[in-house]
Design a protein around this ligand. Structure first.
Ligand SMILES: [Zn+2]
Length: 86
């Protein structure tokens, strides 16, 4: 037999869970800040993942963050290519 008290407690728990889910989803939906145009510079730098061989070319880089990008949970290594080779 369900008492009124049990029903109220169940409704309160449901409301709390509902509010927590909404808060979590809203926190995930916030877009990242746009980069400051003064804090990025044009660059041409190739990187290679030492584990899987994936390569990427960075065309615009942040002035403040100079760390190499990561792939396969490892830092990628910079690849030097002579100008005009591709
Ligand atoms: Zn990789």
């Amino acid at each position: 037999m369900i008492s009124v008290l049990n029903l109220v407690i169940a409704l309160l728990i449901g409301v709390v869970v509902w509010r927590l889910c909404l808060w979590f989803l809203r926190a995930l939906a916030v877009p990242p800040h746009k980069p400051d145009p003064d804090m990025v510079v044009e660059a041409v730098q190739d990187y290679r993942c030492t584990l899987c061989g994936t390569e990427l070319t960075v065309r615009v880089a942040s002035v403040s963050k100079t760390a190499a990008p990561r792939h396969c949970r490892e830092d990628m290594v910079a690849v030097w290519r002579p100008e005009g080779s591709g």
